[in-house]
Design a protein. Sequence first.
Length: 422
Amino acid sequence: MTTNSSTNVPTNGTGPLRAFASQDFTLFWLGSLLSITSFFLLIIARGWLVLEITNSPFMVTAVAGAAQLPSLVLSIPGGIIADRFDRRLICLFGESANCLAVMALAILVATGNIEIWHIFITGIINGTSFALAFPARAAIVPNLVPRNDIANGVALASTMFSGAQFIGPALAGILLASFSISVAFFTPAVASAAAVIIFFFVHVPTSQEMSQAKPSPVITSIKEGFSYVINNSLILGLMVSGFVIVMFGFPYQTVLPVFARDVLNSGEAGLGLLGAAGGAGALFGSLAVAISNRPHHLTTYISVGAIGLGAMIILFGLSPMLIISIAVALVAGFLLQLSFAANFALLQVTVPDNLRGRVLSIRFIVFGLSPAGTIFLGITAEAYGTQSATAGTGLLCLIGALITLVLFPSLRPMFNKSHDET
């Protein structure tokens, strides 16, 4: 057994699941699975609740946008915090705040005192805890696995997202259809509380890069992160590719309640099936990245995934039948996660540990722009109908992905294949 000099993590794992040889990575993965399952369950339940209260597709997207907005404002502070303080404690505090907010929302729903402004406020609290803690959650993975297993660890970490994206919506559909709506809010609160307990037992080694780095003034730290991104064409290309996905690939998921109730006439059960189909596809996408993650493979996944996702969103928007929509959602989930997980893995492998939190925080600023895409979809859905508006975002996703490949040759598969061979 050998040891990774960067983080002192034993390197005794083999195969596509080798990162699980680290006990701390396994605990972190389980806690994060519970946390993110809570997140996706809440998204579906909250969207259904808002639609029932307001009967407005725009309000569904507005609430989702409000919850995403803190990522735009707080990602940079979150990145600086992740590079300066104990990343495990940051995850603990963030998850604790999220748990309290979800529990408060569940109590308001159960007592019949819920109002739309309560949903906005708790959504912003959820988004704030997410924005401040997520750079640490993402940056912690390379600290838990050997350096040569970072891509595998990042890809397996993405399976906790895709697995949660499968479990959360499916569970939400079952709970909404079978129990009172308050149960669909108490369940994510309990899952979040369990995640907090598990995070207590995760031990995070300190890398040599982190221990030797001297903290810079805040403004200097921010400049260092942006300078690294701007002067590295591959990283900048990954940011632009992520922007296209976030702006035009993500938003269709926020209107799933509208499709389930008003377009496909399938109710809560249909909503759960649509969400679960996307999550199942996403799980397969994450596993594909975990199994094969050489740089030229990752760039292939990024480009093919983004282009294919745009085409699938167009088909989803135009689909008149639940069974077709479920099949398309399955493929769309696969392509979205294939592109997104590959993008994230390539970013993690490329960026040095002492800059990783700040660079990832810039990545999450890109993620924080998603409210613009979500609100755009909501406005166009009110004006032209949900189906046409969704198909339109798919077309923009496809065009944006093609333009990105033209502007950034480093994202083209053959470019990175030649670098693999040198």
